[in-house]
Design a protein around this ligand. Structure first.
Ligand code: CP
Ligand code: NVA
Length: 337
């Protein structure tokens, strides 16, 4: 497998074999970091001498830190850039040209998908999508890796049930990834938040080819039947904060509760969440929502979040191992995996 020089903008650009390779490489790199097993193909500092830039137009904890730690672990140097000239005093094309001269790889988190596409087009170096309004492909790798680790199943044996905002970046990435890998994906969401029709058609075609399935319903109890993983995300993504009242109204019946976990019929069902999560009153936004709407927890109850079903912190850790795999696969001169 040779992914050197390839950007990672959406999983739609990757085949089943390529995504499986990235997952397998993630497991090897995690084992290397933890000193668990020896895979000689991933020995040494795989990104030594490389310079990468992390461009963030939206806030982040996990993604930024994962890129940084992964880069440092493998010997790369990192620039974190939040206040660039891009789009303000300098066009995206000119900025991408400059960054491509200085750096070996570019991570971008922001709004439009077109921005990551154009950065890749004009920079000439691999660009990694660290989240846009419509996609979050590195998140999917961590979600799948965590589910495989905890169930011992292969990706095509897994059933994910996503409950909540069915057309946000995280839901899209999960639907795309499951459909390519042959996993089952069911989503429970109000009709107004159904996945984008064009994307859904693409994913249905992928699922036909891979043996996966996609099921859309407005009934959470129906979606979770037989699930290995119940997944949710916040109700208002970054940039949608003004929609809080509308979303609470729409999505209150979609809160992930212990009853919903029980409705899966799987006593070992896992709970996943990309994080950050509003499961208690320990955040300023959580407190504001409580004062305005009387809700103490939003997309998931604190009970589920803290239960033995919850693998959210393993998932957060796996962001680093999977992001490392993406960077190493697309950038390393030393990888022989
Ligand atoms: N899951 C995720 O992308 O987290 P951050 O927003 O903290 O990067
Ligand atoms: N859907 C969320 C994901 C955060 C990681 C957002 O875009 O804010």
């Amino acid at each position: 497998m040779n992914l050197k020089g390839k950007s990672f903008l959406t999983l739609l650009d990757y085949t089943k074999e390529e995504i499986e390779y990235l997952l397998s490489l993630s497991f090897a790199l995690k084992a290397k970091k933890k000193g668990l097993s020896h895979v000689k193909e991933v020995d040494g500092k795989l990104l030594e001498g490389k310079n990468i830039v992390l461009l963030f137009d939206k806030t982040s904890t996990r993604t930024r830190c994962s890129f940084e730690v992964a880069a440092y672990d493998e010997g790369a140097s990192v620039t974190f850039l939040t206040n660039s000239q891009m789009g303000k005093k300098e066009s995206l094309e000119d900025t991408a040209n400059v960054l491509g001269r200085l750096y070996d790889g570019i991570e971008y988190r922001g709004y439009e998908q077109k921005t990551v596409e154009d950065l890749a087009k004009y920079s000439g170096v691999p660009v990694w999508n660290g989240l846009t309004d419509i996609d979050h492909p590195t998140q999917f790798l961590a979600d799948m890796m965590t589910a495989m680790e905890h169930t011992g199943k292969k990706s095509e044996e897994l059933k994910f049930a996503y409950i909540g905002d069915g057309r946000n970046n995280v839901a899209n990435a999960l639907m795309i990834g499951c459909s390519i890998l042959g996993a089952s994906y069911s989503v429970a969401t109000p009709e107004s938040l159904n996945p984008d029709v064009e994307l859904l058609e693409k994913c249905k075609k992928n699922a036909e080819k891979s043996g996966g399935s996609i099921f859309i319903t407005s009934d959470p109890m129906e979606a979770v039947k037989g699930a290995d993983v119940i997944y949710t995300d916040i109700w208002c993504s970054m940039g949608e904060e003004d929609k809080m009242a509308e979303r609470i109204n729409l999505l209150k019946p979609y809160q992930v509760t212990m009853d919903l976990l029980k409705a899966s019929g799987n006593k070992d069902v896992l709970f996943e969440h990309c994080l950050p999560s509003f499961h208690d009153l320990e955040t300023t936004i959580g407190k504001e929502v409580y004062q305005k709407f009387g809700l103490k927890e939003m997309e998931v109850t604190d009970e589920v979040f803290r239960s033995s079903h919850s693998v959210v912190f393993d998932e957060a850790e796996n962001r680093m191992h999977t992001i490392k795999a993406v960077m190493v696969a697309t950038l390393s001169d030393k990888l022989d995996y």
